[in-house]
Write a protein that binds this ligand. Structure first.
Ligand code: J2J
Length: 549
C-alpha cells in the first residue's frame, strides 16, 4: 500500500492546511456519510430501480451486507478493484461498500472492453474485477464474462472476478450480500486517505489513473449541492453511465445521496427509457452530454402525451453544448439549463440556476469554489486579458496534483506551482464565467467520450497492412467530433475500412474509439519540423463537414 501512496501525488502541506482551515475539507469519508443519511433520512427513498425502492436505512444496511461479503473474500483495505457495472442499485452499493472497506475502486465504463480493462487491472495492480452478466448490461451483443476471461489471462495478479447477474464459473455479486454481525467491524479509513481512481480521457496513449482522496472529492460533491439546487426533495435521473465523474459527483448520485434525495436508475439515457421515468417518478434533475440533450429535445413531439413538468434542471456537460441548442432547453423542455464544464482531474464549473438567460446559454459556468484558482495563459505562460482565448490552468481544493504512477507525464501536465494544465482553450467573461473555445491537447471528444488518438494509432500500427497512421477528429453535427484514421498502407497492401475497424474491435478496443472513417493516403502532410500535421489533415476533412447522422 505504501507504494500506491508514493505513486499518488498529494497536495502540499500548506495547501492542505488552507483547505482545512477554510472548512472545505472535513473528517467525513465517502464510506461513512451515508451513516448520517440513514439517521436523518431514514425511511425516505434513496434509490429506485424498476419497481424496487431502497430507503436510506435499507441502502445503508445493504452496503454493510455487501461490505461483509467483500471482506470475507479476503479483500483488504488498499486493494484495487476494477468496477464495471451498469446503472443499477448494485453499482451504487458496490461503490459505497468499497469506500466503506477502504478498497480502491477503479471506475471503468460499461463501454470499455478487454483492451481497457487489462490496462486498468495492470496499471492499478487490481486484485478483483467486478463486472456484469450480459442480461444486466443492456448490451446484448457484448459478452462481459468473455471479456473477463481475456483479462484474467493477461493479468496474473487478478484473484477474483465477481459478476452482477448469472456468474457462470465466477462468483456472483449477489451472493456477497451477507448478514453482518451486530457490530460491523470495518477498517478505519480517514479522510486524507486515497478513495478511488477515476480515469483520464488520455492524451498520450492509455488512460491515466486519477487518484482521488476522500476529503477533496467530498468537498467537490458538497460544493455542488447548492449550485445545482439539490435537497431531500431532489429526484435525480441516473441516465449517463454512473461511473463517469459527471453523474458521480457533479452533483451526481453521490451528491444527491449526500443531500437526502432519491436516485432513479435509467437503464439507458434515451427518451424511450427516460421520459416515462421522469413522469412516473417525478424526476427533478437529470444530467446529459450534448448529443443526448439534442436527442431529448428532438424527440419531445413524439412524447407529448407524457407529463415531464416535474423536471426542474437539465445539466449538460462533457463537451461543448452549442448556444443554439442551449437556447431551446427552457422553452421546449420547460426547465432550467445548467451548463457543466468539469473534468475527472478536478475543477468543475457550473452556470448558476438563477443566472440571466444569456449567461446560461453562452457560458460554461464558473468554478464551484472561491479557492479554485483559474489562470488563462498564452503559449509562453503569460496571463491573457478577459475575453481573449488562452490555455486554462487550475489548482484548487479538489484538483489533483498529479496522475498515478506517471512522473514524466506529470512533469508536462502540471506546472511547478502545481497547476493542472487542462489543455482546454477558454476565455473568461468580465463576470468570471468561462467559455470553452477549443482545445490544445491531442484528444478527440466524441459527444463527451474522450479518445486518445495515440492509443488508436498504436493499435493500428501493429496491423500488417498499415505503414503509418494518424487519427484526427472530424467535425460532426450531432456528436461534435468523430475519429477519422488516415492510413498510409504498407507496400502494395490495400487495407479496407471495414477490416481495420473489425481488427480494432478484435483487439478489445472500446467501440466508441474505433474510427468512423478510414482514409487511405500515400503520405502525410508535414509541419515545418517534419511532424505529421494533424491540422492539415483536419482541414482535409472539412469538405466532409456537417454530414448529419
Ligand atoms: C466543453 N468541453 C467540456 C463543456 C467537459 C462534470 C462535467 C463534465 C466532466 C467531464 C466531469 C465540457 N464544454 N461543458 O468530469 O465532473 C471537456 C474538456 C475537459 C474534459 C474533461 C464533470 N465539459 N469538457 O467531461 O474527465 O475538454 O470530465 O477538459 O470526461 O471534457 O473530461 P472528463
Amino acid at each position: 500500500l505504501d507504494t500506491i501512496y508514493q505513486k499518488s501525488p498529494d497536495y502540499p502541506e500548506d495547501a492542505k492546511a488552507r483547505y482545512r482551515d477554510a472548512g472545505l475539507w472535513t473528517d467525513m469519508t465517502l464510506g461513512n456519510f451515508l451513516r448520517e443519511g440513514a439517521r436523518r433520512f431514514a425511511t425516505r427513498p434513496a434509490i429506485v430501480e424498476g419497481g424496487t425502492r431502497w430507503s436510506y436505512k435499507a441502502l445503508d444496511h445493504e452496503v454493510d451486507r455487501l461490505s461483509f461479503g467483500l471482506q470475507s473474500l479476503g479483500l483488504l483495505k488498499g486493494d484495487r478493484v476494477v468496477l464495471q457495472l451498469a446503472n443499477r442499485a448494485s453499482m451504487i452499493m458496490t461503490t459505497l461498500a468499497c469506500f466503506r472497506l477502504g478498497l480502491l475502486p477503479v471506475f471503468a465504463l460499461p463501454a470499455h472492453r478487454s483492451h481497457e480493462l487489462i490496462h486498468f487491472c495492470t496499471a492499478s495492480g487490481a486484485r478483483a474485477l467486478i463486472t456484469m452478466a450480459d442480461q444486466v448490461a443492456g448490451q446484448p451483443d457484448v459478452d462481459f464474462r468473455a471479456l473477463a476471461r481475456r483479462v484474467i489471462r493477461a493479468c496474473p495478479g487478478l484473484e477474483h472476478v465477481l459478476i452482477d447477474g448469472t456468474p457462470e464459473e465466477f462468483t456472483s455479486l449477489d451472493s456477497l450480500y451477507q448478514d453482518t454481525p451486530a457490530v460491523a467491524d470495518w477498517p478505519a479509513v480517514t479522510a486524507d486517505e486515497l478513495a478511488f481512481f477515476q480515469l483520464s480521457g488520455g492524451t498520450t496513449g492509455l488512460s491515466k489513473l486519477i487518484p482521488r482522496r476522500h476529503q477533496d472529492y467530498l468537498y467537490s460533491i458538497r460544493g455542488s449541492i447548492e449550485p445545482c439546487g439539490i435537497n431531500e426533495h431532489t429526484v435525480y435521473l441516473g441516465a449517463l453511465p454512473l461511473a463517469h465523474n459527471f453523474p458521480m459527483s457533479s452533483p451526481g448520485f453521490l451528491g444527491v445521496l449526500y443531500a437526502g434525495g432519491c436516485v432513479v436508475m435509467a437503464p439507458a439515457p434515451t427518451p424511450d427509457h427516460c421520459f416515462p421515468l421522469i413522469e412516473a417518478e417525478g424526476v427533478t434533475h437529470a444530467s446529459l452530454v450534448p448529443p443526448l440533450a439534442l436527442l431529448w429535445l428532438n424527440s419531445l413531439p413524439q412524447y407529448a402525451h407524457l407529463d415531464l413538468s416535474s423536471l426542474q434542471v437539465l445539466q449538460v456537460g462533457g463537451a461543448r453544448f452549442s448556444a443554439e441548442a442551449a437556447r431551446r432547453v427552457r422553452p421546449e423542455l420547460g426547465c432550467t439549463l445548467q451548463q457543466v464544464f468539469g473534468m475527472a482531474e478536478g475543477l468543475v464549473n457550473y452556470t448558476r440556476l438563477d443566472d440571466d438567460p444569456e449567461t446560461i446559454v453562452r457560458t460554461q459556468g464558473r468554478p464551484i469554489s472561491r479557492l479554485d484558482e483559474v489562470r488563462i495563459v498564452d503559449a509562453a505562460g503569460r496571463p491573457v486579458p478577459d475575453g481573449t482565448p488562452g490555455l486554462l490552468e487550475t489548482r484548487g481544493p479538489y484538483t489533483i496534483r498529479g496522475y498515478f504512477d506517471a512522473p514524466a507525464h506529470n512533469e508536462a501536465s502540471f506546472t511547478d506551482e502545481g497547476f493542472y494544465r487542462t489543455g482546454d482553450v477558454v476565455s473568461r467573461t468580465s463576470t468570471g464565467y468561462l467559455i470553452v473555445e477549443g482545445r490544445d491537447k491531442d484528444q478527440i471528444n466524441r459527444g463527451g467520450e474522450k479518445i486518445s488518438p495515440e492509443e488508436v494509432e498504436n493499435l493500428l500500427l501493429a496491423h500488417p497492412e498499415v505503414h503509418d497512421v494518424a487519427v484526427v477528429g472530424m467535425t460532426d453535427a450531432y456528436l461534435g467530433e468523430r475519429p477519422c484514421a488516415f492510413i498510409v498502407p504498407r507496400g502494395d497492401a490495400t487495407p479496407k475500412a471495414g477490416e481495420l475497424a473489425q481488427y480494432l474491435k478484435d483487439t478489445g478496443l472500446a467501440t466508441y474509439k474505433v474510427p468512423d472513417r478510414f482514409r487511405i493516403v500515400e503520405a502525410f502532410p508535414e509541419t515545418r519540423v517534419g511532424k505529421v500535421s494533424r491540422k492539415v489533415l483536419r482541414e482535409q476533412l472539412k469538405d466532409t463537414y456537417a454530414t448529419p447522422h
